[in-house]
Design a protein around this ligand. Structure first.
Ligand code: MOS
Length: 749
């Protein structure tokens, strides 16, 4: 080992708690020139050539196959699970009903029951009650079809309208359900112009391409290794250990590639527990891949909402009152509520304010997080109401928003870390041709089609979560980044490689990123759009420490050293980085949120623009073009960030026009349980979408100055479409999705 290796061989940790702004960032030096560039995904070739191994694909010896059995009733008690016929199917090994306790998909802060004997009480149609395990998938599936669940049904809550009056205030968890200031009622009574409108949104499903799947394998030392499709490996390990009643360090989840999650894979789903329990009982590995219908009816949905928005304004358009009251639904005993008013806390100024959430208990599939929980559906209401107010005031919608731009967080009275809502709207107006819009609705008819243009603002809170990563420099002059962070299609592999390459002065192909293994340092995982900022900062901090060690090896100060193309350059010397690290050098980076998240309001902003045409005869809506302009701190990779926004905006098309999970009024069963019947936008529904980023750095967010982007693109996107439909036709549909039948009766002419 070289001298430097001897001196520095012990791995050290660079920790940072964001108590202070971090104005200096190595990423601004641009020495290697890879940060921000629209680079292709580094794992892309593996994915398109079928070599990226997803959860259900790990080659496993002696594998048994499990198929889940669901409760065929909506509420009640199981008297017996009759499995004789299933057991007699050739190849069926066992039907496991005991210790299959895993009833729900615990979200963060959700409920998880401790192991008990069997699932006795059933709260929703489709709840997992048993698993049939066989030597082949086909035998397991045949066996599962033969299991008879003998039930004592109970009355359930299956129809929202029948139970909405029994709404209750959920316990304050991470998000307080109610905040208020001033007197909204008095301000509404005194306001020159008001809007008081109720918007509804249906249950929705994430519809990730890869179904939830697990291969469970208990090792001889009593450790469970589970290949799964999950977003947050460290917390999922804790959940799984809790569900199984084993110590946390006895569960290792591996999720190297994840085919989309959108929140449905934040917490573990029933298949992981079922696979683990069956594997333990059988003494051999078990694979359970959920069928598409099971993903729809036994994982998680986004809650339906009923949202009442009240806006009061003076004749000048300045808001005096803003109230956003939401009814959401969830199962009995669950605390999670869709926080639809979350963006309303700070989107606009007004002295009198109310944001309130209540829960209605329904025997419908568990409600949990789906892309931008809160803003995604909340802004469908708020931003449509702002459009309604603009019309009443005879004010341009952008001008209305400009007049209500708060100079600080209007509730918490703290500054914004950065806020470019107005520049986003202005840039968007310019790029989209907003000035060509006819302010009066239904004034642009071309043949059979009404044309219209609409806009909406986007806001999405920014979060930082505790996260850690290891970065190792090898004698070959390569860097290896390791963290349990996941890449759910977002680009984590690529942006983490870019951060390491930029800070260590390495070409991108000399950086290897290892993700999704619970054996690596724990990260915040992929959720809440915090992944890039949190995991990225941990990688950055490890690299910052490595740079200091390299400088020491160069006998110079870090500021006096340049790292570029694999070499350290200082005092007219250039040395290959590999030569400076002896047998190798590694460092841990750790980021944690601190006072900056309290002393500043941190959020990302954007403006959506949409042009639609509506068929005057049939009410069919076609989205003609969309534009999103976003400001989200530093953009780490123009291509992956843009893809995130394209995806979010496409979700917005679905929310506005097509997506609706239908619950059978007799038993709560999800009726449209596949991609044929649940309508996500397909290619023909998605027009040219343009995405534009404003340059921004947020020194209060984290040391890489980037803010969340994965959920920003959906926030407000659907509202821009709804507002464009109104502009085209003069018909305001407040019940999403805006389908032809709802438009038809109001169409002019
Ligand atoms: Mo997100 S809904 O936190 O994956």
């Amino acid at each position: 080992m070289s001298l430097i290796g001897t001196l520095l061989g012990r791995e050290e940790t660079r920790s940072l708690t964001m108590d202070q702004p971090r104005p200096h960032s190595l990423l601004d030096q641009g020495t290697q020139g890879v940060i921000g560039r629209p680079l292709d995904r580094i794992e892309g070739p593996l994915k398109v050539s079928g070599q990226a191994t997803y959860a259900a694909e790990y080659p496993t010896d002696n594998l048994a196959y499990g198929v889940l059995v669901r409760a065929p009733f909506g509420s009640g008690t199981i008297r017996d699970v009759v499995a004789d016929a299933a057991r007699s199917v050739p190849g069926v090994i066992d039907v496991v009903t005991d210790y299959l306790t895993f009833i729900r998909n615990p979200q963060q802060g959700g409920e998880m029951k401790a192991p008990t004997q069997g699932v006795e009480k059933v709260d929703y149609h489709g709840e997992i009650v048993a698993i049939v395990v066989a030597d082949t998938f086909e035998a397991a599936r045949e066996g599962a079809a033969l299991v008879h669940v003998d039930a004592q049904p109970a009355n359930g809550a299956y129809v929202f309208a029948a139970h909405r009056d029994q709404a209750e205030t959920p316990p304050p968890d991470q998000i307080p359900p109610t905040t208020s200031q001033g007197d909204v009622d008095a301000a509404m009574a005194a306001a020159a112009v008001t809007v008081d409108a109720t918007y509804t949104t249906p249950s929705q499903t994430s519809a990730a391409m890869e179904p939830h799947a697990s291969i469970a394998h208990w090792q001889d030392d009593g450790t469970l290794v589970l290949h799964g499709s999950y977003q947050m490996v460290a917390s999922d390990q804790s959940q799984l250990a809790g569900a199984l009643g084993v110590a946390k360090d006895k569960v290792r989840i591996i999720a190297r590639y994840v085919g989309g999650g959108f929140g449905s894979k934040l917490g573990i789903a029933p298949e992981s527990v079922a696979a683990a329990v069956a594997a333990k009982k059988l003494g051999r590995p078990v694979k359970v891949a959920m069928a598409r219908q099971q993903v729809f009816d036994a994982t998680v949905r986004r809650s339906n909402t009923e949202q009442r928005i009240r806006l009061g304004a003076g004749p000048d358009g300045r808001l005096t009152a803003i109230a956003h009251e939401t009814l959401a639904t969830n199962l009995p005993g669950e605390d999670f509520f869709e926080p639809a008013g979350i963006g309303t806390h700070f989107a606009y100024g007004a002295d009198n304010r109310l944001v309130d959430h209540k829960l209605v208990r329904m025997n419908w599939l568990l409600a949990g997080s789906m892309r931008a929980p809160g803003e995604a559906v909340g802004m469908l209401a708020l931003e449509a109401a702002m459009d309604e107010l603009a019309e009443k005031l005879d004010l341009d919608p952008i001008e209305l928003r400009r007049r209500n731009e708060p100079d600080q967080d209007p509730e918490k009275q703290v500054p914004f870390s950065s806020r470019q809502l107005v520049p986003c709207m202005e840039k968007g107006a310019e790029l989209f041709g907003w000035s060509d819009r006819h302010a009066a609705p239904a004034s642009d008819r071309r043949g059979e089609w009404w044309h219209g243009i609409g806009m909406a603002a986007a806001v999405r809170s920014n979060m930082l979560q505790k996260s850690s990563a290891r970065v190792e420099l090898t004698p070959e002059g390569r860097a290896i980044v390791a963290t349990d962070m996941t890449d759910i299609g977002t680009g984590s592999y690529t942006i983490l490689a870019q951060i390491a390459a930029e800070t260590l002065g390495l070409p991108l192909d000399r950086v290897e990123v290892q993700l999704g293994d619970g054996a690596a340092p724990p990260s915040a995982g992929s959720g809440g759009s915090w992944g890039a900022g949190s995991a990225g900062s941990s990688v950055y901090l490890a690299c910052e420490l490595l740079r200091e060690k390299l400088a020491k090896a160069m006998d110079t100060a870090p500021e006096s050293m340049t790292l570029k193309d694999g070499r350290a350059i200082a005092d007219n010397r250039a040395v290959a980085i590999g030569e400076l690290v002896g047998d190798g050098l590694s460092a841990l980076g750790e980021i944690a949120p601190g006072k900056q998240e309290k002393s500043f309001n941190q959020a990302s902003y954007g403006a959506h623009f949409a042009e639609v045409k509506v068929n005057a005869v049939t009410g069919e809506v076609r989205v003609e073009r969309m534009l999103g302009v976003f400001a989200a701190g530093r953009i780490l990779n123009q291509k992956t960030a843009r893809s995130q926004c394209l995806g979010g905006m496409t979700f917005g098309i679905g929310a506005a026009l097509t997506e609706e999970l239908v619950h059978d009024p007799r038993n709560g069963k999800v009726v449209n349980r596949d991609l044929g019947e649940y309508h996500v936008p397909v290619n023909a529904d998605v027009p040219q979408i343009d995405v534009h980023f404003l340059d921004e750095r947020d020194i209060h967010a984290n040391p890489i100055h980037a803010k969340g982007i994965g959920e920003l693109g959906i926030s407000g996107a659907g509202a821009a479409i709804a507002n464009a439909i109104y502009n085209a036709t003069g018909v305001r549909v407040r019940d999403y999705p805006i389908t032809c039948d709802k438009l038809l009766e109001g169409l002019p002419g």
